[in-house]
Design a protein around this ligand. Structure first.
Ligand code: FES
Length: 156
């Protein structure tokens, strides 16, 4: 872990170490700030919250939201919840996996994209929905997904 990330980690640990049930908000804060939960953080988190490394690891691995490796430059979330599935998100996710050459929870070899499932983006009336980085898009067809990914490639 880079020294600056270790400093950030300590700030979050100090904030949540005395909070009851602080592990989950702490993990969210770390991932929001650093982008992932470094495995080297399990020991200091456990020590501060009086948990074993195995317990911290268990929680991180239980929730698919948490990643233990840095994400790609862009994160593509495909909605897999009911409304989007009814409107074709299953084909859309197959297309995304083929287009990017990765499965869910993976990052492309060029580190440009990480693909993640999500269970409702609050955009059900415009299903199927996709989120690219922080922006939600509705009624996404395969062609529209191609365009979104192409546009993301052109940024950063
Ligand atoms: S089910 Fe996909 S946005 Fe709600």
């Amino acid at each position: 872990m880079e020294p600056e990330n270790f400093s950030k980690l300590q700030v979050h640990i100090d904030r949540y170490k005395l909070v009851a049930g602080g592990l989950l908000p702490l993990l969210h804060a770390i991932q929001d700030d650093i982008g992932y939960i470094p495995e080297e953080s399990y020991a200091p988190i456990g020590k501060a919250l009086n948990l074993s490394v195995a317990e911290v690891h268990g929680v991180v691995s239980f929730y698919h939201h948490f990643r233990t490796q840095p994400a790609g430059k862009h994160v593509v979330h495909i909605c897999r919840a009911e409304s989007c599935q009814a409107m074709g998100s299953t084909e859309l996710e197959a297309h995304a996996k083929s287009l990017l050459g990765i499965d869910y929870h993976e990052t492309s070899a060029d580190s440009a994209f990480t693909l993640e499932p999500v269970y409702c983006l609050g955009n059900c009336s415009l299903s199927p929905s996709v989120m690219v980085d922080e922006k939600v898009h509705g009624r996404v067809s395969k062609a529209r997904l191609d365009s979104l990914i192409q546009a993301a490639r052109g940024t950063k």
